[in-house]
Each structure stands twice: as C-alpha cells, then as structure tokens.
Design a protein around this ligand. Structure first.
Ligand SMILES: C[S@@+](CC[C@H](N)C(=O)[O-])C[C@H]1O[C@@H](n2cnc3c(N)ncnc32)[C@H](O)[C@@H]1O
Length: 224
C-alpha cells in the first residue's frame, strides 16, 4: 500500500489503528467548520472546476467542496488506504462523485496542468523537508497556469499563547518534519516551487498552536 513505509510514513493520528477516531477528535479539538469554510471561500470556486486535495484523509474538505458548488472533478489522494476507506464510506453516504486515489504526495499520479485548484490541509507537517519541496513542486506541476494552491497547516506561532500551545505540538509531532512549519518556512517553500502571490490569508488560534491558511498561484503563461 502506498503509505506503508515503516518509520517514514506518518498516519493521520500517528498510528493507523487510530484512524477511526480522527473525525470525532478533530471536531472536538479544532475549529474545523470555520477553517475549512474559510479555505474554500478564499478559493472562490467557480462551477465546473477541477479540484485535488492532497492528503485528503477522511475526505471532509472534499465533501464541503461538493456541497458548495457543482464541481466537475473532485479528487483526493492519500498514502493511507485505510483512511481512504473511511473517506469512501463517508462520501458514499452523501452520494458525492469523488475520485479517491492511494498514492504519495511527492509523486502525484496526475497529468500536468489538469487541476484548477489544489488543496492541502494539515498534511505538509507530516513530511520531511525534502518531501515538502517535492510535494509543492508536484502541486505546481498538476495545476494549470493561473491555478491556485490553498494550504491550511501549522504555522509560526503568532501570539504568546500560541507559542506556549505549540510547545505541546512540537513534543508530539516529529520534530524533523514540523520544524519547517513552526519556523514559518511554508510560504518560502511555495515561492521556491515557483508559486507567486504567496500570502497567509488567515491565522486561527487553536489548542495546539497557530493554524495558518496560505494562498498561492501558479503564474499565467506569458504569450511569446
Ligand atoms: C492530519 S491528516 C489530515 C487529513 C485531512 N487533510 C484533514 O484536513 O482532515 C494528514 C493526512 O495526510 C496523509 N499523508 C501523510 N503523509 C502523506 C504522504 N506522503 N502522501 C500522501 N498522504 C500523506 C495521512 O495519511 C493523513 O490522512
């Protein structure tokens, strides 16, 4: 299975057997509705767009997108096939048409320039520095010119209380992976991948620290 790389792959809650608890725990501890709504609002989705969610987990963002617009292509990829099973059941209950793919973020099995919007929520902090670079470069590749990337992930603490909260986060996440986030490097990494107009759109204070939303664009092709 795509994500089964012992010691190298980080599951939603650290171990695969906790996947079933992901949705209820997330709802209890995070401003879930507010940040997902905000991320979709900043994308200003037009009817008929093609959307990819990298590290889609249980598919909650894809379902929110489905409810917000008639979307042409809704696609989610995740390295953990067991979390995709949970997503698939959830999506079937709603009757949404979503394509779920088992695969890794740093090697997307999609053709270049296919998507209008790429989303990624709380996935990048699971990756090593090199994997983040490869993933952002893949997000850039699969977007059309003028397409947009929308990220929600842990960012540099923006208040004193968020600095205290993020100490806890730093202690239970893998330090080699989350350091880029907590040191505020995600926007810089997006720029290095070729994105322009990279900017934080909103910061949420949570019990684990600052959740930062970032928007970025793949430049329009310039006519020769
Ligand atoms: C914390 S969960 C977030 C899930 C979902 N995006 C959300 O907002 O609820 C992180 C997800 O990223 C997936 N993931 C971690 N590393 C990955 C990788 N290298 N490629 C693809 N998916 C990955 C995990 O399996 C997990 O489902």
């Amino acid at each position: 299975m795509a994500g089964d790389v012992p010691g190298r792959y980080v599951y939603a809650l650290g171990v695969r057997s906790l996947n079933r608890l992901y949705d209820p725990l997330f709802r209890l501890t995070m401003p879930e509705g507010a940040f997902r709504r905000q991320l979709l609002e900043q994308a200003r989705l037009a009817p008929g767009v093609r959307i990819l969610d990298i590290g889609c987990g249980t598919g909650t963002l894809l379902l929110e997108a489905f409810r917000s617009q008639p979307i042409a292509v809704l696609c989610g990829i995740d390295g953990d096939s067991s979390i995709l099973e949970l997503a698939s059941n959830k999506i079937a209950r709603v009757g949404a048409d979503v394509r779920l793919v088992a695969g890794l973020a740093n090697d997307l099995p999609f053709r270049s320039g296919w998507f209008d919007h790429v989303f990624s929520t709380l996935m990048l902090h699971h990756l090593t520095h090199a994997e983040k670079i490869a993933t952002l470069s893949e997000a850039y590749r699969v977007l059309r010119s003028g397409g947009e990337l929308h990220i929600a992930d842990w960012g540099r603490p923006h208040t004193k209380s968020m600095r205290i909260a993020s100490v806890m986060l730093g202690s239970f996440e893998r330090s080699d992976r989350i350091a880029d986030n907590l040191e505020g490097w995600l926007p810089e990494l997006c720029i290095d991948a070729g994105f322009t107009d990279v900017h934080p759109t909103r910061r949420f204070s949570t019990m684990f620290g600052t959740l930062e939303l970032i928007a970025a664009a793949k430049p329009e092709r310039i006519a020769a």
